[in-house]
Design a binder for this molecule. Structure first.
Ligand code: DAT
Length: 168
């Protein structure tokens, strides 16, 4: 970012284990964009992140306003662009992870069940469709290395188109 101008970016989300890190790091390598894991940023600013429980679910709660300060211009972009429902895109990459996929992530069985259920019922996709203009929400299956490669190429094409349509 130069002179504090908001950054443009690709925002993608999905439940744990669907392949966000794998995709994000590879996409960053090939596009020159910076990879930011919002969860890592939140965890590093520990005062912004606290463990909540209602006796049934245990979950991490993030103070969003403080997280946005930590994220800086990237968050300015998320708020100003995504909230206006234009220009940016949201990608959901569900691949219905199995328990075996998720076991290594340190989640307890209940949480694993919830995440899988969330993926099966496409909760994130539906929420994204409700929150943003439908034509900027894309759902990309990523069940195989070939699909991952296709997705990276598709997102690179979208970035290229976006850059072309926004250059003077
Ligand atoms: P996330 O960051 O969403 O938690 P990850 O990138 O760490 O997920 O991926 C979880 C595991 O799945 C990891 O062992 C890599 C593997 N993986 C990711 N994308 C895949 C794909 N398209 N096909 C097969 N395996 C994939």
């Amino acid at each position: 970012t130069k002179g504090g101008a908001p950054e443009e970016g690709v925002l993608y989300l999905g439940t744990p284990g669907v392949g966000k890190t794998t995709l994000g790091k590879e996409l960053a390598c090939r596009s020159g964009l910076k990879y930011i894991n919002v969860g890592d940023v939140a965890r590093e600013g520990t005062k912004n992140f606290c463990l909540m429980t209602n006796g049934f679910h245990v979950t991490w709660s993030v103070k969003l306003d403080e997280l946005f300060i930590l994220l800086g211009n990237m968050a300015v972009n998320c708020i100003s662009k995504l909230a206006e429902l234009n220009q940016s895109s949201v990608y959901s990459l569900p691949n219905a992870p199995t328990l075996a996929d998720l076991e290594g992530t340190g989640y307890n069985e209940k949480k694993l069940g919830e995440n899988i259920e969330c993926e099966i019922f496409q909760v994130l996709y539906e929420e994204a469709m409700l929150s943003y203009k439908e034509d900027i929400v894309h759902q990309l299956p990523s069940n195989t290395p070939e699909e991952l490669e296709d997705n990276i190429n598709q997102i690179l094409r979208w970035i290229e188109q976006w850059v072309k349509s926004h250059s003077p």
